[in-house]
Write a new protein. Sequence first.
Length: 120
Amino acid sequence: AAALNMAPIAGADEKGSVLMKHDLIDMQGKQATMITVEYAPGASSAGHVHPGSVFAYVLEGAVVSQLDGEPPVTYAKGQPWYEPPKKPHVISRNASATEPAKLLVVLITEKGEALKAPMK
C-alpha cells in the first residue's frame, strides 16, 4: 500500500481495500481510485480531509457522515453522497453498534497524491 501512496486509507477502526486505481486520460495529472471501506459495529474514522472529490455509496448497513459546517447525515444501504475537495470530514462512523457497514468510494486526486490526510 505504501508504494501506491494511499496510506492512510483507513484508521484503526476501519478497513480500506483498493479495488482499482486508474489514470484519467481526459484529465491530465488526475487519477481515480475505487476503494471499499468497512466499519465494524460501532467503529469510526478520525477526522480527516480528502485532497480531491469523493463519491461514496453505502453497500451494507448505514453510516453517519458530517462535513465541517454541515449537520450529520445518516446514509443507509443504497444511498450515495458527494464530498467536495479539502472539506474537513469531521464525523465518519458506523450508525450501528451491532451491525457492520461497508462503503464503495471513488476518489479523484492528483496522480501520486495520498487519498486522505488527518484534519489539522
